[in-house]
Design a protein around this ligand. Structure first.
Ligand code: UDP
Length: 194
């Protein structure tokens, strides 16, 4: 099989090019896809927390890092074809995308998403940042956050709330979020902010 299956969590063994093709098709056809970068820590959390494992079932998961590669070697006798971590892959995808896309950045400490947006605008002038929102909101503010995202209707929603919060947020709200590609990106906004 071209994936690692553990306790209902399924991590695809696909190449970067295959993944990019799939993401591009989602954006072009205006369907929806939730993408997660699954490292060993995430997999362990999923194995220990059935509700997190259930949330991850609505995701396409790709393999991020050595730990999950070893896991693959152990459980299915081979390692993943490529390591697809979000910190490398998201910027690479945005570079490769010549078609203009709109992005909403959700997460990180106040001020970080704004700084990340300024840098993204310089590095990827073909794309447009249509909204930013920091990731420290109370549960009762979630409705307002979702309304902000939906008002912007981005092609791509980057969610940087850490694990497991980002995947839980995406899984819970994706059906009501007006965005095509929803990705849990960990510390990417911090890196991009510089
Ligand atoms: N983060 C957030 N809200 C929270 C907790 C974390 O926006 O309630 C952000 C944090 O500022 C950072 C990102 O989530 O930008 C990833 O956090 P961390 O590195 O702690 O999580 P990890 O990806 O290592 O699980």
């Amino acid at each position: 099989v071209d994936r690692l299956d553990l306790e209902g969590v399924s991590v695809s063994d696909i190449t970067r090019d295959e993944l990019f093709g799939r993401l591009r098709a989602v954006l072009d056809q205006r369907t929806q896809l939730c993408l997660g970068f699954c490292n060993a820590n995430m997999l362990l959390q999923a194995l220990c927390t059935p509700s997190y494992a259930a949330a991850l079932r609505s995701f396409v998961l790709v393999s991020d890092g050595l730990g999950i590669d070893l896991c693959s070697l152990l459980f299915r006798g081979r390692s993943f074809r490529q390591n697809l971590n979000g910190t490398d892959l998201v910027p690479a995808f945005l570079v490769a995308e010549t078609q203009p896309r709109t992005l909403f950045l959700l997460g990180a400490r106040p001020g970080i998403a704004e700084a990340a947006a300024r840098n993204l605008a310089l590095v990827y002038p073909q794309h447009r940042i249509v909204g930013v929102r920091h990731g420290y909101f109370a549960p009762e503010e979630t409705g307002a956050v979702l309304a902000e995202i939906n008002a912007a209707s981005p092609d791509i929603l980057l969610v940087a709330l850490g694990n497991p919060a980002q995947e839980t947020f995406i899984a819970e709200h994706a059906p009501r979020i007006d965005a095509r590609l929803l990705m849990g990106v960990g510390a990417l906004l911090d890196y991009t902010a510089g």
